[in-house]
Design a protein around this ligand. Structure first.
Ligand SMILES: Nc1nc2c(ncn2[C@@H]2O[C@H](COP(=O)(O)OP(=O)(O)OP(=O)(O)O)[C@@H](O)[C@H]2O)c(=O)[nH]1
Ligand SMILES: [Mg+2]
Ligand SMILES: [Zn+2]
Length: 369
């Protein structure tokens, strides 16, 4: 895999590396510098230019970076003094943008799906009806990344009237470009290509089996990513892509292919929520009560939107649901922080108790005076 990947790795400037990053890397005494192509269980594959990749340990504990590198990160690398011939990621440059979700598991923490991206292609297959809640959830995450979302409806060759779905999406996502594409007929592939050039980086997200990797291959003009069959019974994919991969395209531009995720939880995405539901978000400021739950209160501007048929009820309900998810998360974060603080206090007390016991008696007495 590394060999094939290395062939994709041109010089660092075409991966988005610039003079500012050079200065930053110099400050961190980087022996090597590069852009993360893939992460996998505490190691990451890094493009370091000259058609080379190195594998570096990315465990945040060992590298003192405090956070794990993500696909798309710009990193400083140095040789691992304890392990001959191995490398460590010694620093991660500040992320210009970051596509994040809440990491699976109980602890409230983020997982970065792609860093330093310009566009997020939010993708859905046209072989099934548009799933608006799923689309909205992905749009929240995409907007929140700081990059620009674009909706791609794939497999347009599978339906007679792809434009009706495009129109329905444009109605709920004003200002977001939406394209019906097909890698089989080539429909709108050129329009997609136009957005990816130079050092622009685009992340692809959406369910398994909708054709993310197929699009990457079409844009690459060759087979760089494995693609999978879709089960006929439920037209679901089989999770063919299992890592988040940064792929430089031969004609310029870079894509991040991701594994299809069924459950995607939000992470601190209030900005993304406001941008995905602008009318509803603005209305919340006009409710009579500052703590309006938009449920039964009089003079509620949000309910007025549905009553006047400006926004449909499903969208309002979904907005409130996503907001509740973020409120819940804040409560969990506070709870986790409180417990961590208590644990630290108990540990500190135990440590000082132990010290007290280890000290000679005479010394203890002297101290107390
Ligand atoms: N009809 C049609 N099928 C397509 C199109 N694009 C992709 N497919 C098919 O969809 C199936 C799944 O494609 P993949 O590219 O592997 O899907 P993926 O989104 O990368 O899936 P994961 O890696 O599992 O997340 C393959 O059998 C493709 O041939 C298209 O434009 N039209
Ligand atoms: Mg794939
Ligand atoms: Zn209200």
């Amino acid at each position: 895999m590394s060999d094939a990947m290395a062939r994709l790795a041109p010089d660092l400037p075409s991966l988005g590396w610039n003079a500012k990053l050079d200065k930053w890397a110099d400050k961190h005494d980087a022996e090597l510098r590069g852009r993360v192509a893939r992460t996998h269980r505490g190691t990451c594959v890094v493009f370091v230019g000259d058609n080379k990749v190195v594998t570096a340990t990315s465990a945040s504990v060992r590298t003192n970076t405090g956070k794990a590198p993500a696909t798309g990160d710009f990193v400083a690398i140095r040789a691992d003094k304890e392990n001959d011939g191995e490398y460590l990621v010694s620093a991660i440059a500040n992320r210009r943008t970051a596509l994040a979700r809440r990491a699976p598991g109980r602890a409230p923490e983020p997982q970065i799906l792609a860093a330093n991206i310009d566009d997020v292609f939010v993708m859905q297959g046209m072989d099934r009806p548009v799933n608006f809640p799923r689309l909205e959830r992905l749009l929240v995450i995409a907007w929140d990344s700081g990059a620009e979302p674009v909706v791609l409806l794939t497999k347009a060759d599978q339906v007679n009237d792809p434009d009706s779905a495009v129109k329905a999406i444009q109605a709920i996502a004003p200002g977001v470009k939406c394209l019906a594409i097909s890698t089989h007929t080539g429909r709108n592939i050129e329009a997609v290509q136009k957005r990816i050039h130079g050092t622009r980086t685009v992340a692809l997200i959406g369910l398994s089996g909708i054709g993310k990797s197929t699009l990457v291959n079409t844009l690459s003009g060759g087979e760089v990513q494995r693609t999978g069959q879709v089960r006929a019974v439920d037209s679901r994919g089989r999770h063919t892509t299992v890592t988040r991969d940064l792929i430089p395209l031969p004609g310029g531009g870079i894509v991040v292919d991701t594994p299809g995720i069924r459950e995607i939880a939000l992470w601190e995405a209030r900005t993304g929520l406001a941008k995905t539901f602008p009318l509803i978000h603005e209305a919340t400021d006009r409710c009579k009560f500052a703590d309006c739950t938009h449920n039964r209160e009089p003079d509620c501007a949000v309910r007025r939107l549905t009553r006047d048929r400006i926004v449909n009820k499903r969208r309002v309900d979904h907005y409130l649901k996503l907001q509740a998810e973020l409120d819940d998360q804040d409560a969990q974060k506070a709870d986790f922080a409180r417990r961590a603080e208590n644990r630290a206090k108990v540990n500190a007390e135990e440590r000082s108790d132990r010290k007290e016991k280890q000290r000679p008696k005479s010394d203890r007495r002297r101290r107390r005076r």
